[in-house]
Design a protein around this ligand. Structure first.
Ligand SMILES: Nc1nc2c(c(=O)[nH]1)N[C@H]1C(S)=C(S)[C@@H](COP(=O)(O)O)O[C@H]1N2
Ligand SMILES: [Mo]
Length: 309
């Protein structure tokens, strides 16, 4: 299972060492095939009408099945295997506060429902590409991260924005003290202002299930999935590049930039192709996950950086 020798151009996902192997030698929970027929995972009630889909963002494959997207997850706080959706139902979605602090005009705490009243919801179909080489196509409901920035009023000195996610007693893996909890991620201010950067509050026209990062989850579709922190509770504006969870664990494998690029392999596997959930199709990976026209310009002056790891 230690994949150091496995550098094939195209290897199957079960040969790809998932993120957690970098630290833990615990046995894999076998039988991850527990895709049990059961009622849809719990979500917050009181859902209003479905947000209108923004037609601008197109994908060249059909949507992944909701059932796959909501039952095949990475959420290490609940476990280091993919089948954590039942455990994640323990994460209470209300009340939910988002703390805004650091280099802002005025630090403050926003109640999620008050925040949602101040933004205009829309639906966007985006590709999501995990660094482990599986991918999915999801209709996300949410609002541009730029709208949150407008509300937060960062100071001119803010160069980065960090996202800290929930660390709650419902999360069994927080007891594993070798992980640098809480899960944190970060972007540059320019990345955060890019039109693609999105804060998602739902999928498939329903409130975001906890296992997918409810009630508020970052969605940055041109980057590997670990950049999209789930269940965000704190947004911190900084002058220095923030520490991020996976970089703390293994910086040479999970860097700060983590832009999708088929030509730059992960140190232990190829990124040339990816497996789509639902169809199991293996398709070529695209530079910036298919979003180069929107984001490539963010990086023209950063060629000295490790942009794709
Ligand atoms: N808080 C938190 N956010 C997280 C993760 C996590 O373990 N904890 N996993 C990341 C990874 S590696 C991926 S691929 C996506 C998976 O999102 P999904 O389960 O909705 O597909 O969430 C990201 N956000
Ligand atoms: Mo991932």
């Amino acid at each position: 299972m230690w994949v150091l020798r496995c550098r094939g151009w195209e290897i199957s996902e079960n040969q790809v060492t998932p993120e957690w192997v970098v630290l833990s030698r615990r046995t894999i929970l076998a039988g991850a095939a527990g895709l049990i027929a059961a009622p849809a995972p719990g979500a917050v009630s009181g859902q209003s009408a479905r947000a209108v889909r923004n037609p601008k963002y197109k994908t060249d494959h059909p949507l992944s099945a909701e059932q796959d997207v909501t039952r095949y997850n990475n959420y290490y706080e609940f476990g280091s295997n993919k089948i954590i959706w039942k455990e994640a139902q323990e994460l209470k979605q209300r009340p939910w506060a988002v703390r805004i602090e650091g280099l802002v005009k005025q630090p403050r705490t926003l109640d999620i429902d008050d925040l949602l009243k101040r933004v205009s919801p829309e639906e966007r179909v985006y590709r999501h590409r995990c660094v482990e080489a599986w991918a999915m196509i999801v209709p996300w409901t949410g609002f541009p991260l730029a709208e949150l920035l407008r509300i937060a009023e960062p100071l001119g000195s803010a160069k980065y924005v960090a996202f800290e996610t929930a660390a709650d007693k419902s999360m069994p893996e927080l007891r594993q003290s070798w992980y640098p909890w809480p899960y944190t991620e970060g972007l540059t201010i320019e990345e955060a202002q890019n039109e693609l950067a999105f804060l998602s509050t739902g999928i498939y026209g329903k409130p975001m299930p906890p296992q997918n990062g409810g009630p508020l989850r970052l969605t940055v579709p041109w980057k590997y999935g670990f950049k999209s922190g789930k269940s965000v509770v704190r947004i911190i504006f900084t002058e220095r590049r923030p520490k991020t969870f996976w970089s703390e664990l293994q910086a040479n494998e999970y860097g700060f930039w983590a832009n999708v690029n088929p030509a730059v392999p992960h140190p232990r596997w190829s990124q040339a192709t990816e497996r789509l959930l639902t169809t199991d199709e293996r398709v070529p990976t695209k530079i910036f996950n298919g979003y180069a026209e929107y984001v490539a310009a963010l990086y023209t002056d950063k060629q000295g950086e490790k942009l794709f790891v």
